[in-house]
Design a protein around this ligand. Structure first.
Ligand code: FAD
Length: 412
């Protein structure tokens, strides 16, 4: 089967069949845009339908672990060039600031095929958008339809209907429409709703200068490759720098009952800074001084959603990918990474010249390849999110093997 970079293989199959597929993707998040880029690179014609105008994209930082970063690099996307920081050390502290563990990852980094990076979600998303919509040697740029909410999908005919009534027909529909997916409702036994796991998280950025200007918090900006976690029994603060080390990214996880959004919905809910400082009042004063430096207007809060494992990701000419198929809790930073892997797998399974009549079978193969791995990582995320002294103990070898050892893209 052709790799995404396999121009020769593409020509061979093109001369045998001479056809591209028309691919419709619902959702221009990280999964949808990566799938669009990878499938366009195979020579297919791709259209992406995004409900928002993508005018004020939100989101803080995101992990690009070696599994995801390797795929992006093969697609010509190098996150170092738009500000991602290296991940070199993990520091673990008690809530009151005592050092409990220090893990140097620089040696481990040499063993992995690609570096583990800490990227800014908006910078990554902008880059994906730009690569998708720029003309490419393999043909047409991806057609990105913004403010185009999909309200219906017909898997048998690979068709979609937008809110304004217009319809589009293709050979394949990919549902990359996130945790509240409507595409999921079209697969057998997919009509399930995500539910709260009982925890919420504040997420926000603190400018590095703000931390540097205060002697109490200067210590936190000295190490650009460091991820720090302060643990109390049922809450934790995670911090790491990104965006060329210009900002410190925070995710603060606590029981859901203690925080509420002030306004907004979904990924764009505004949280209350003073409430947050109260929730973390038992933490090291220096850490509290640091999180207190956030611009109050930029504090976001979100409920951490889980979902039961669904038995089918595909039906006829429709397949789900990313959060639509398997929404992850964020505790190991693999939500974007596994969506990127899904996208890459689809491109490998659909080389140029794929006969349209093979679409449904190839989508079944996609599920077979991806299902066990994605669900296992989902399970790891749940385990890592348990309270500090939770009952489940993680097998670190298995964890590391799943997260970092694996490189599905290079299928030569
Ligand atoms: P998503 O990134 O959720 O993308 C789904 C896309 O589909 C969205 O752009 C959505 O608008 C679109 N969509 C949904 N329904 C329809 C429809 N009916 N018609 C057309 N389009 C539709 N994760 C973190 O860990 N930290 C963060 O700070 C963070 N911020 C985020 C901010 C935003 C705005 C979004 C959308 C997601 C955020 N995430 C964050 C989630 C993270 O990006 C995803 O978990 C992960 O990247 C998997 O991506 P995905 O492409 O499967 O889904």
């Amino acid at each position: 089967m052709a790799s995404v970079n396999g121009a020769a293989a593409r020509e061979e199959s093109a001369s045998a069949k001479g056809a591209h597929l028309n691919i419709l993707i619902v959702g221009a998040g990280i999964g949808g845009l990566t799938a669009a880029i990878a499938l366009r690179k195979q020579g297919h014609h791709v259209q992406v339908f995004e409900q928002s105008a993508l005018a004020r994209e939100t989101g803080a930082a995101i992990h690009l672990a070696p599994n995801a970063n390797g795929i992006l690099r093969r697609l010509g996307i190098f996150a170092e060039t738009f500000g991602a920081n290296p991940m070199e050390r993990v520091m673990q502290y008690s809530a009151t600031g005592d050092t409990e563990r220090s893990m140097d990852l620089r040696e481990a980094n040499k063993l992995w095929q690609h570096p583990w990076l800490l990227a800014h979600r908006i910078e990554l998303h902008n880059q994906l958008k730009s690569v998708a919509t720029t003309p490419h040697e393999t043909g047409k740029p991806v057609a990105l339809h913004l403010s185009s909410r999909v309200i219906d999908i017909q898997p048998t005919t690979a068709s979609i209907t937008l809110e304004d009534g217009s319809q589009f027909h293709g050979d394949v529909v990919l549902g990359a429409d996130g945790v509240h997916s409507i595409a999921r409702k079209q697969v057998p036994e997919g009509n399930v709703e995500p539910f709260s796991c009982g925890k919420s998280a504040y997420r926000f950025l603190v400018p590095k200068e703000a931390a540097q200007a205060d002697p109490a918090t200067q210590q936190f900006v000295e190490t650009p490759g460091e991820l720090s976690i302060w643990y109390a029994e049922d809450r934790r603060i995670i911090m790491y720098p990104t965006s060329k080390n210009s900002v410190l990214n925070f995710v603060c996880v606590h029981p859901e009952s203690e925080s509420a959004a002030e306004s907004g919905d979904g990924w764009d809910q505004t949280g209350d800074r003073d409430r947050m400082l109260h929730i973390y009042s038992s933490f090291d004063p220096a850490v509290r001084a640091l999180i207190g430096k956030v611009d109050p207007k930029t504090v976001k809060v979100w409920t951490l959603l889980d979902m039961k494992v669904i038995p089918n990701w595909t039906y006829e000419r429709l397949a789900l990918l990313g959060d639509a198929a398997h929404p992850f809790l964020p505790h190991q930073g693999q939500g974007a990474g596994v969506a990127i892997e899904d996208a890459a797998s689809l491109a490998i399974l659909f080389p140029y010249g794929t006969p349209p009549e093979e679409v449904a079978d190839r989508l079944k193969l996609y599920q077979e390849i991806r299902y066990e791995r994605a669900n296992r990582i989902q399970e790891f995320s749940r385990m890592l999110g348990e309270s500090r002294n939770g009952k489940t103990k993680l097998d670190m070898n298995e964890f590391s093997n799943y997260n970092f050892g694996h490189d599905e893209w290079d299928n030569s």
